[in-house]
Design a binder for this molecule. Structure first.
Ligand code: 5AD
Length: 349
């Protein structure tokens, strides 16, 4: 055991803030025993906060049309091999109805940045869901918008917003995005969302090309300072039709240790065991939970579009319908002694 790593983790656990250098030291120097120590600590904090309850959110991938061109992403606009689709408001509502019957009380509307869903159009979708499902949380994952749009959506009943920061280090951000996508604008959005009153999710991939432990340490430091309500972290997985097709996938171990560090840093955070983690390793989702995660996000999209919303290769769960997905998940969680619970699962201070 590297006692310096343990001391830093204990500091973090006692509520102290760490520096970027501290985070980098942990990432670069932990050994097997430290890894176990960090895992066990994160797991016990999650159990203290949430018991063995796992919240589940249904993701409705309502459009794979995107004006952005993130180098890592399978639905980037330059990928002409994607069969593009968008769901109608009625189809989106049907997905939510089906999900409601299976016990979902949070709907995550996720899409590419599709110009068809103008501020007015998306506002109308949110209003309809809010009207029909007054007891459910609405989470949006629709990318960068103006502050005014975020405000209108919030006032119409959207509760949460997921917008991964992707990279806190500007140079890295600019290496993995085209020049027309702005680092400053990304962080402006996150700041606005928080000020407006959303429960906000940030996060990053682990092992994206060019990323170093120093970059990852900056991400952890950013999360510490920004103090989001939710954090999404998963390994980078290459997609065959992107410039990063020949790059290697991110490490599961490094992803898990980042998740555990975030749990220790932000004890109340809502932390999903991501699809990417479950896609790269059969037991990835369960491992995530054992490392401090308390949320899972199965797919609620219609079967007909599942194979078209691929951000990376070998995405898990695209063959299973909504009912099967939740059954599999329930079983996976029960196998490790956890229960999937029917609740909105809001952030609690
Ligand atoms: N591998 C893993 N995660 C990815 N994402 C996008 N492309 C990939 C990939 N190739 C993540 C991004 C985005 C989220 C919706 O999915 O971090 O914010």
């Amino acid at each position: 055991m590297n006692t310096q790593v343990k001391n830093l983790i204990d500091d973090l656990n006692s509520g102290k803030k760490l520096s970027k250098e501290n985070y980098e030291y942990i990432l670069s120097n932990y050994d097997k025993e430290d890894f176990e120590y960090i895992k066990n600590l994160a797991q016990s904090i999650a159990i203290e906060k949430f018991g063995k309850d796992i919240y589940f959110r249904g993701i409705v991938e309502f459009s794979n049309i995107c004006k952005n061109d993130c180098l890592y992403c399978g639905i980037r606009r330059s990928n002409s091999n994607v069969e593009r689709y968008r769901l109608t408001k009625e189809q989106i509502l049907e997905c939510c109805e089906e999900g409601y019957e299976f016990g979902y009380r949070t709907f995550v509307l996720q899409s590419g940045e599709d110009g068809y869903f103008s501020d007015e159009v998306i506002l109308d979708v949110v209003k309809s869901i809010r009207e029909k499902f007054p007891d459910c949380a609405i989470t949006l994952s629709i990318g960068e918008r103006t502050r005014k749009c975020y405000e209108d959506l919030f006032n119409a009943g959207a509760n949460r917003f997921l917008l991964r920061h992707e990279a806190a280090n500007k140079a890295l951000y600019e290496k993995i995005h085209p020049s027309f996508q702005s680092y400053e604008e990304r962080f402006r959005c996150l700041k606005d969302l928080k000020e407006i009153g959303y429960q906000v999710g940030a996060g990053m991939m682990v092992g994206v090309p060019y990323q170093t432990n120093s970059d990852l340490a900056e991400d952890l430091y950013f999360l510490q300072e920004f103090n989001p309500h939710m954090v999404g972290i998963g390994p980078f997985i290459p997609h065959k039709d992107t410039p990063f097709r020949d790059e290697k996938a991110g490490s599961v171990e490094l992803s898990l240790i980042c998740l555990s560090i975030v749990r220790i840093m932000l004890p109340n955070v809502l932390l999903p065991s991501t699809t990417a983690l479950g896609s790269i390793e059969a037991k990835g989702r369960q491992e995530g939970v054992l490392h401090g995660c308390n949320v899972v996000m199965p797919n609620l999209s219609p079967m007909s579009v599942r194979k078209k919303y691929l951000l990376y290769d070998n995405k898990a769960g695209i063959e299973n319908d909504a009912k099967t997905s939740i059954e599999i998940l329930r079983k996976q969680m029960e196998d490790i002694g956890y229960n999937v619970v029917v609740t909105r699962g809001d952030y609690k201070k």
